[in-house]
Design a protein around this ligand. Structure first.
Ligand code: COA
Length: 167
């Protein structure tokens, strides 16, 4: 059976937390589509094309994984793709309420869309893109949190945003 899953998110930027879920999720299906959301209320640091480029580079070692832009509702994306389920990562207890609500709303919108959760590994349990950005903006070392391809531009962008010159 050709199993397809969608792993949606904003990935601003991708972290090792996301990559942990992608690596493990890819082992469960034949095709894992990482869906980069465009229209959310978040103010992005990186453009859609940048977020996709970082992800494409980061997932290149994983067979069966591809990266796509997602413009509208997740349930429509899943349906159009003919995917079997949505994959999400669950970190600490704090994720539960949000994820529970989102999975429930998606089920209301499209009853056949199931969401399957993978519990984050210990190493990535506390990671979030927001914290990685904050650390980078203050000159901290983020090499344990986000792939090398992200780091130079992340540093520049956050320093500029926070008004800290590199000198
Ligand atoms: N490890 C580390 N960090 C993780 C993680 C993991 N396993 N999983 C999520 N995160 C972090 C992200 O980095 C992000 O951190 P940030 O808030 O500091 O940026 C945070 O958790 C949540 O991010 P994300 O997974 O990208 O979720 P989101 O809330 O930004 O995006 C979508 C949610 C894109 C899935 C949702 O908005 C969506 O489906 N949009 C499409 C439109 C739609 O259908 N809307 C109706 C939904 S009911």
């Amino acid at each position: 059976m050709n199993r397809i899953a969608v792993y949606p998110g904003t990935f601003d930027p991708v972290t090792f937390g996301h990559l942990d879920i992608i690596r493990r999720g890819a082992l469960l299906v034949d095709r894992l589509v990482v869906a980069v959301a465009v229209n959310t209320e978040k103010q992005f640091l990186f453009t859609t094309q940048e977020r996709i480029r970082f992800l494409e580079e980061a997932v290149s070692p994983f067979p069966g994984v591809e990266v796509c832009q997602m413009d509208g509702l997740l349930v429509n994306f899943v349906r159009e793709l003919g995917a079997d389920f949505v994959l999400r990562g669950l970190r600490a207890v704090s994720d539960f309420e949000y994820e529970f609500q989102m999975a429930g709303m998606n089920r209301k919108l499209s009853p056949e869309v199931e969401t399957i959760f993978l519990v984050s590994g210990e190493e990535t349990m506390f990671l979030s893109s927001r914290l990685v950005k904050e650390i980078a903006g203050m000159g901290g070392d983020v090499s344990r949190f986000t792939p090398a391809c992200v780091i130079p531009e992340l540093g520049r962008r956050m320093m500029a945003r926070l008004g800290r010159g590199s000198g």
